[in-house]
Ligand binder design. Structure first.
Ligand SMILES: *[C@@H]1O[C@H](CO)[C@@H](O)[C@H](O)[C@H]1NC(C)=O
Ligand SMILES: *[C@@H]1O[C@H](CO)[C@@H](O)[C@H](O)[C@H]1NC(C)=O
Ligand SMILES: *[C@@H]1O[C@H](CO)[C@@H](O)[C@H](O)[C@H]1NC(C)=O
Ligand SMILES: *[C@@H]1O[C@H](CO)[C@@H](O)[C@H](O)[C@H]1NC(C)=O
Ligand SMILES: *[C@@H]1O[C@H](CO)[C@@H](O)[C@H](O)[C@H]1NC(C)=O
Ligand SMILES: *[C@@H]1O[C@H](CO)[C@@H](O)[C@H](O)[C@H]1NC(C)=O
Ligand SMILES: *[C@@H]1O[C@H](CO)[C@@H](O)[C@H](O)[C@H]1NC(C)=O
Ligand SMILES: CC(=O)N[C@H]1CO[C@H](CO)[C@@H](O)[C@@H]1O
Length: 586
């Protein structure tokens, strides 16, 4: 009897213990996020699970932790997870649950930006193209068809996280979630409907009852309890719209993405450290690096137009997961130092001294100790200032941190981390592993190019997204024109004119390639004109339109047409151009 009772007692106790350890309370006040009642400094870094392989995740996350981060942030990519309506894919590098659990296993927190609009230089900003093709939809505004789809996917993700107990409120690592994304930047043209939409987003997100705070970035009018946050190169001047919201920086650009044909972007370790130190000097307590690891745009996921395959971003971890020095090391020192000052930064009384010339000191004092930031935001002159009887020299564009207000422990412009230079040697062909060798095969296009055979026909030109549903970047458009003798007056120049919204066009007449052209930016619209020789009888016109990443940013970006707009045959008479045939509609 007695031993049995004892056993029962023990198992009950351990059950109570584990459930009381498990739920983590995440809240916020005007100073910081609070975790189990304690104000915390959050050093977070963006790693998109889709831009690396699951085999890389443990190493990337471990290196983030060693770099002094305590949180990993990611977007969720709707078009990758729901490629066809209500058909889901969480396999391979889309295994979001595995990624979040890896973060948990490494002892870090997670920040889940569900969106589900991501931007992120991701194809179509993460929206599925089928969404655009639903009848009656107006995307990203107060439209019932759209809102129903957005709620459906957001709920799906939240339910998936809940089922795996991944929210902090369930003992999991997710301390923060995001709804929408930088809508404030583009909302003007949406008018009142935009405002109604953002209010709906807040209500909808709240109703999902995740037990941790939601943020809306770049949304100064974010309805409570949403926390509005800042994205940018520098966020030191940012003030949240509500005094009970902490100062949070959800996207701090560590570098920039690369477009085709553009140079590798670079942001120096010194400038990035300066931006972060200034942010903490002026009351910030949550910083997220965009990106901490950028990675690779695999397959067709790059947005655009013309976002490159590499998404290295000049981030602290390079595309392949190596330490990008001195950036990684220089920031690590900063993170460890700021974390050691957590108490005073999140509780201290704040005072400041203005030394003019945008040179200033900020002093945090708490419980008998003080910590100081001395900053020189002048980008053309060093400064020497006297603080409490000691002279300090501040290099141009730098912040010194003095945890005891006496000795400089860190200056953002002084890099102590050693830089190692990687030399990439080209692979000798014979050394190349078989798994990495390339094979290619030509598409059998003879029937398409010569005879205009396709899979469906229409009486007018169909916009490319509507025709392909994003199942391919390529779309063949074919038509034919019948000419009789009178149409072919000797010496006449016939010109094929194609008006296209991008991005690449290859043109064939009667099976022969007659020219190619691609758009060069701006609206990405161009007019292709090429002289052609046509014959009597039937002539076959075949046009291959190629998109290079669908647009991912801007008001109404998703309505930007791609593909052919108009096709005409024009004759160049001495008295001007004359349209012989217009194929645009019938
Ligand atoms: C596009 O995809 C949607 C949803 O998956 C489907 O209902 C629709 O028929 C597709 N349209 C075309 C043109 O394939
Ligand atoms: C999402 O839509 C499907 C039908 O398309 C429905 O069965 C499911 O209940 C919806 N989910 C939510 C959370 O509304
Ligand atoms: C920066 O320093 C230079 C040289 O002392 C000075 O002329 C300039 O006004 C300063 N800039 C600002 C914004 O204070
Ligand atoms: C204040 O400092 C004392 C002595 O250093 C320490 O024992 C106490 O825990 C501190 N109080 C707080 C709130 O940190
Ligand atoms: C600090 O600099 C001022 C001005 O250059 C100088 O007069 C003073 O002696 C210096 N103080 C110390 C402690 O070096
Ligand atoms: C090309 O098409 C666009 C719409 O797709 C139209 O606005 C423009 O006027 C057309 N340009 C020419 C020269 O046909
Ligand atoms: C039409 O002919 C004129 C004169 O030869 C030439 O300048 C012009 O470029 C031609 N236009 C087209 C569309 O071929
Ligand atoms: C406001 C703005 O330009 N935001 C950009 C911040 O950087 C991310 C990643 O490069 C983009 O997705 C945002 O559009």
């Amino acid at each position: 009897m007695a031993p049995f009772q004892k056993l029962l007692f023990f198992s009950l106790l351990s059950y109570c213990l584990s459930s009381s350890i498990s739920a983590i309370d995440v809240s916020r006040d005007g100073r910081a996020l609070t975790i189990d009642g304690e104000r915390r400094i959050i050093h977070s870094g963006s790693i998109h699970y889709t831009r690396s392989t699951p085999e890389m995740w443990p190493d990337l996350i471990q290196k983030s932790k060693e770099g002094g981060l305590n949180t990993i942030e990611t977007y969720v990519f709707w078009n990758a997870h729901e490629p066809e309506r209500r058909q889901y894919d969480f396999s391979g590098n889309l295994d979001l649950v595995r990624f979040i659990k890896q973060i948990q296993d490494t002892g870090m927190y997670a920040f889940l930006r569900i969106g589900p609009y991501a931007c992120a230089e991701w194809n179509y900003g993460g929206y599925p193209v089928w969404l655009h093709n639903i009848e009656g939809i107006e995307m990203r505004t107060n439209n019932d068809v759209y809102k129903k789809e957005m709620q459906n996917f957001t709920t799906y993700i939240v339910d998936l996280m809940k089922k795996e107990k991944l929210f902090a409120s369930q003992g999991g690592p997710i301390i923060l979630a995001q709804i929408e994304n930088e809508y404030g930047n583009v909302m003007g043209p949406y008018g009142d409907a935009g405002k109604e939409y953002i209010n709906w987003c807040a209500t909808m997100a709240n109703s999902l009852d995740i037990g941790v705070p939601w943020v809306m970035c770049q949304q100064s009018d974010a309805p409570l309890p949403m926390i509005n946050t800042c994205n940018g190169w520098y966020c030191d001047q940012f003030t949240p719209s509500n005094p009970n919201s902490p100062k949070m920086w959800t996207e701090n650009w560590t570098g920039w993405f690369k477009g085709w044909g553009e140079p590798d972007p670079h942001r120096t370790a010194e400038d990035l450290a300066f931006a972060v130190a200034r942010f903490f000097q002026l009351g910030g307590t949550f910083n997220n690096y965009y990106m901490y690891h950028g990675g690779t745009n695999f397959g067709r996921v790059a947005g655009g137009p013309y976002i490159a395959t590499t998404y290295d971003y000049d981030a602290p971890l390079d595309e392949y997961g190596n330490l990008n020095q001195p950036k990684w090391g220089h920031l690590k020192e900063l993170h460890l130092l700021l974390t050691s000052m957590e108490k005073v930064l999140t509780h201290g009384d704040v005072s400041s001294i203005d030394y003019h010339n945008i040179v200033s000191a900020t002093i945090y004092s708490f419980n008998g100790t003080s910590s100081c930031f001395l900053s020189n935001a002048n980008d053309s002159a060093d400064a020497t200032i006297s603080y409490q009887g000691t002279n300090y020299t501040l290099p141009t564009w730098s912040v010194s941190i003095l945890p005891d207000c006496k000795a400089v422990a860190y200056n953002t412009a002084k890099v102590n981390t050693q830089t190692s230079v990687f030399v990439k040697k080209p692979n000798q062909a014979e050394d190349e592993p078989i798994a990495l060798s390339w094979t290619w095969r030509p598409e059998h296009i003879k029937h398409t190019v010569n005879h205009g055979l396709g899979s469906f026909s229409a009486k007018q030109i169909i916009e490319q997204k509507a025709a392909t549903n994003d199942s391919s970047d390529y779309l063949w458009y074919m038509t034919s024109v019948h000419l009789d003798k009178d149409d072919l007056v000797l010496g006449d120049d016939l010109t094929l004119r194609v008006n296209t919204t991008g991005h690449v066009l290859h043109a064939y007449v009667n099976g022969k390639h007659i020219g190619s052209e691609w758009s060069q930016g701006g609206s990405y619209q161009f007019i292709f004109e090429q002289k052609v020789k046509l014959k009597k009888g039937k002539n076959q016109l075949t046009l291959l339109s190629v998109t290079v990443g669908l647009k991912n940013y801007g008001s109404f970006f998703y309505d930007t047409p791609v593909g052919l707009g108009g096709v005409q045959l024009v004759r160049n008479h001495s008295d001007g151009l004359k349209i012989i045939k217009d194929f645009s509609s019938n």
